[in-house]
Design a protein around this ligand. Structure first.
Ligand code: UD1
Length: 389
């Protein structure tokens, strides 16, 4: 099991930049399946989930080559339409590959996806949407078999603006007959990035970033080169890392509009933020104060930043309240923070934090990706010499 040893107590000061977005790279890599041609992707982060997605693409029959931050995928020779169960279990976003496989071949076999333990993560909205597109679904021995003679555009209303379902349905309908309209679609920036890449590949999609996305089916797609957008959650995590150490710094390669709710909350805590094009300057404050946070679908405050803010608020003066509206298990990191001296109580989807002056060293377990980031932030604050909050 991998571990990090963090020697905290130092202010973070300096300059860094944000990598390409994980959550945009994954559906965009899936989109490469649709063309049967070559996709060149730039600014792809060098992380585990990308390696897994590459492994699945290779099992399907794609060639995948990585050279630093560039990934080249050729999907001409796909030989199987089944995503291996072992790889499905590793990562929830592997379900996105299903939409692309069905979109191109009209059939796919996969099992229920795995991923971080942050609560129940059903795929009912994905499957309901597939059915609307004329795809038959058989669930058998833990496997989901999707088959269609043809995929026909339809109007799909999502009960909840699920990011994954929106992306999957876009992928499944790019090559469909006629027009697909997704209503109550997720509005996250990663969906806009997917639309932009697909359109560059020859798709005809509009509306990403709004609640209604229209996909007019096209017959063929072409080779594409595309640069992945910066990761808004990494940007927010870096800003919070500087904030928790009461440091100051500059973050480059950010799309400020994507992190507007994060900037607003950091300012409310008492940080000074200056935005200049794709550069953000932050100066923290020795007297950060507690605030309230409520996670919401975009453009609301992102659930992926909840735990990182949780760590920060543990150290802010007064009482903070966090309401988690998206994933029910996303407070597990708080019990680990308590081992370091945090004062917090959890009641259903609400956590209440009472700011403490110091956190101490401890051995803690990362329960999920973003929860792990929160613990690293707490580690950065631990053993701080200046004890004013
Ligand atoms: C994506 C992001 C993840 C982020 C989340 C919410 C990727 C790879 N992951 O995850 O980092 O935290 O968006 O911004 O992009 N739901 C259903 N039925 C479904 C699908 C979802 O009930 O068929 C529910 C989920 O249980 C959850 C909520 O909808 O409560 C949001 O899930 P969704 O937007 O689908 O998140 P993901 O796409 O899994």
């Amino acid at each position: 099991m991998s571990s990090y040893i963090i020697e905290g107590g130092k202010k973070l000061e300096g300059e860094t930049y944000v990598s390409g977005s994980k959550n945009a790279s994954l559906p965009i890599m899936a989109a490469s399946i649709l063309s049967g041609k070559t996709t060149k992707l730039y600014n792809v982060p060098d992380i585990y989930d990308i390696k897994f997605t590459s492994d699945i693409l290779k099992v399907l029959g794609c060639t995948v080559k990585r050279n630093k931050n560039k990934i080249t995928i050729n999907s001409k020779q796909i030989k199987t339409h089944e995503i291996p169960d072992k790889l499905m279990r590793e990562m929830r976003s592997s379900v996105i590959l299903a939409g692309a496989i069905i979109g191109r071949f009209k059939n796919a076999v996969f099992s229920y996806p795995g991923g971080c333990d942050i609560g129940s993560r059903p795929i009912d909205l994905h499957l309901q949407g597939f059915k609307k597109l004329g795809i038959n679904i058989i669930e058998e021995s833990g496997f989901i078999k999707c088959m269609a003679d043809k995929i026909v555009g339809a109007e799909i209303h999502l009960d909840f603006p699920s990011v994954g379902a929106t992306e999957n349905l876009m992928l499944a309908s790019v090559l469909a007959e006629g027009e697909t309209i997704i209503k109550n679609a997720a509005r996250e920036p990663e969906i806009q990035d997917l639309q932009e890449m697909l359109n560059k590949m020859g798709a005809n999609i509009e509306g990403a970033g709004t609640g209604i996305i229209r996909i007019k089916g096209v017959k063929t797609l072409k080779d594409v080169s595309y640069t992945i957008m910066p990761d808004r959650i990494e940007a927010g995590t870096l800003l919070c890392s500087i904030a928790i150490t009461r440091g100051k710094g500059i973050i480059r390669n950010v799309i400020p509009e994507h992190i507007a709710p994060i900037i607003a909350k950091l300012e409310e805590c008492g940080c000074k933020i200056q935005v200049n094009s794709d550069i953000i300057k932050i100066e923290s404050n020795n007297r950060l104060k507690g605030i309230e946070i409520k996670t919401m679908p975009y453009p609301g405050f992102p659930t992926d930043m909840q735990s990182v803010f949780g760590a920060l608020l543990t150290t802010a003066k007064g009482t903070s309240v966090i309401i988690e509206n998206i994933f029910e298990n996303r407070f597990k990191y708080i019990n680990e923070l308590k081992r370091m001296g945090a004062k917090a109580t959890i009641e259903g989807k609400m956590a209440v934090m009472k700011g403490v002056r110091k956190l101490s060293n401890a051995e803690v377990n990362s329960t999920d990706l973003r929860g792990g980031a929160a613990l690293i932030l707490a580690g950065l604050f631990a053993n701080r010499k200046n004890k004013s909050k």
